[in-house]
Each structure stands twice: as structure tokens, then as C-alpha cells.
Ligand binder design. Structure first.
Ligand code: UDP
Length: 235
């Protein structure tokens, strides 16, 4: 086992599966099985999910909405996604806790760092909802921030692409994938790993990031066992 405690970041869009909007329950169930396997192997798993499949503040602003209002709506979207994943994980028999950066005591616990760590130590899968709780941030930043707070060994960014490429592999056919990169190399090459706030937080705190394809069954397990099947960004 390579890592003891990991933070998995999933985008909201990843929950859509083949749908155009919202949540594909089969996709969520597949993620839940993968996450269960990793948790059962003894790795402590914390998760941050985005909300882009439901609502994005920046896009709503372009349509004339107040940005702060729209961002809070985006944060609520992440709680909806978190609840869907929590349900799917509990269907597999796992113990979970959803901790939100915005208080919603009827449906989740408030985010309290020490409590989050305690849950992980007890083997519960912890989901962090509502991003950072602040507008103008992203769930990538929430993932980096929470990972640092809980002293995770690594941020695992699960995407539908199997790593970081010289160009977008879905557009440029001969794009080449990197196995590993330093933060400085990624920055100098202008590669998009996470947004700059999230990326800088990781760099300053020497928190490694691995970008990998979460849609392939078993990949999450391989990564946590130390197999390099994505791109590692490190100090
Ligand atoms: N958001 C926010 N603060 C945060 C995290 C998220 O305001 O700390 C809002 C923001 O409007 C964002 C939306 O929630 O557009 C959904 O999050 P994100 O875009 O990061 O989701 P993803 O792209 O990962 O699906």
C-alpha cells in the first residue's frame, strides 16, 4: 500500500456518465464500488465532489446572475452530488460521513477538521460538501485545502482522461502523456492540472497531485497501491 490517507477529487460532470445533465446513478454506483474496494484495503479515503453537472457560478454570472449568489448555488449543487455518492456508498455497506462547509444540520455534519480526521481514523469514508464554503473558489481548491488540513498523502484527481498531456488528447490526436512532472515544469509548460489557487496550495505545501482516469474500473485501487497509471505532479 503506497498511501495511507488520500483525497479523491471528482468533478460534478463525472457523475453525469453518459447523460447531459444531473446524476447517472449507474456511474455513481460504479464509483462507489471502486471507492469501497480502496477503503476495504485499509486506505483512508476522503472525497470532494464538484457541482458542474448541476450548476456553475461563473456560467450563471455570464447569464446576468449575481456571482456570489450563483456561487452559493454551485456549492449547494456539490452537496446534492455528495448526498448521491453517500447513498451509493452506503448501499455497498460502507460507513460514511458527509461534512459540509455550509451548515445544513438536517442532512450533514458541519465541517470540523478534527472530527473529519477522527472519522477517517475510524475507517469511515468522509465526503466534504459545499466546496470551501466561499464564493469565487472552486472544488479543486476545496480538494487541495481539505487534503492539506487532514494531512492526506496525495490529491487524486479522477477525470475521464488518463493523465496530463502536452495538449488536449480529445482534440489533438498525437498529444503525449506525462508520467510525472514537477510543479514548476507543469507551470512553465502552461499545463492545466487544477486552477491556479488549487495548484499553488499544493505546490506551497508539497502535496503531490495525481491526475488519472477514474472511469476505468479498478484504476482508483491501482493508484492507491502505487501503480503509476496517471500523471504525478510533485515537488
Ligand atoms: N463553488 C464555490 N466555492 C467553492 C467551491 C465551489 O463558489 O469553494 C461553486 C462555484 O460556483 C462552482 C460550483 O460551485 O462553479 C461548482 O463547483 P466546481 O465548478 O468546482 O465543480 P466541478 O467543475 O468540479 O464540477
Amino acid at each position: 500500500m503506497q498511501y495511507k490517507r488520500v483525497l479523491l477529487k471528482l468533478s460534478g460532470e463525472s457523475l453525469m456518465g453518459k447523460k447531459d445533465y444531473g446524476i447517472d446513478q449507474d456511474m455513481v454506483a460504479q464509483y462507489a464500488e471502486d471507492i469501497k474496494a480502496v477503503a476495504k484495503s485499509g486506505v483512508e479515503v476522503a472525497i470532494v465532489i464538484g457541482g458542474g453537472n448541476i450548476y456553475r457560478g461563473l456560467e450563471a454570472e455570464k447569464g446576468g446572475m449575481d456571482r456570489v449568489q450563483a456561487d452559493y448555488m454551485g456549492m449547494l449543487a456539490t452537496v446534492i452530488n455528495s448526498m448521491a455518492l453517500q447513498d451509493a456508498l452506503e448501499n455497498t455497506g460502507m460507513k460514511t460521513r458527509l461534512l459540509s462547509a455550509i451548515n445544513m444540520e438536517q442532512i450533514c455534519e458541519p465541517f470540523i477538521r478534527r472530527r473529519a480526521i477522527r472519522h477517517l481514523e475510524k475507517g469511515r469514508i468522509v465526503i466534504f460538501g459545499a466546496g470551501t464554503g466561499n464564493p469565487y473558489f472552486t472544488t479543486d481548491t476545496a480538494a487541495s485545502l481539505r487534503a492539506i488540513e487532514i494531512e492526506a498523502d496525495v490529491v487524486l484527481k479522477g477525470t475521464r482522461v488518463d493523465g496530463i498531456y502536452t495538449a488536449d488528447p480529445e482534440i489533438v490526436k498525437d498529444a503525449v502523456r506525462f508520467d510525472n512532472l514537477t510543479y514548476t515544469e507543469a507551470y512553465e509548460k502552461g499545463l492545466k492540472v487544477m486552477d491556479m489557487t488549487a495548484f499553488t496550495l499544493c505546490q506551497e505545501n508539497k502535496l503531490p497531485i495525481i491526475v488519472f482516469d477514474m472511469n476505468k474500473k479498478g484504476n482508483f485501487m491501482k493508484i492507491t497501491q502505487g501503480e503509476l497509471i496517471g500523471t504525478l505532479v510533485h515537488a
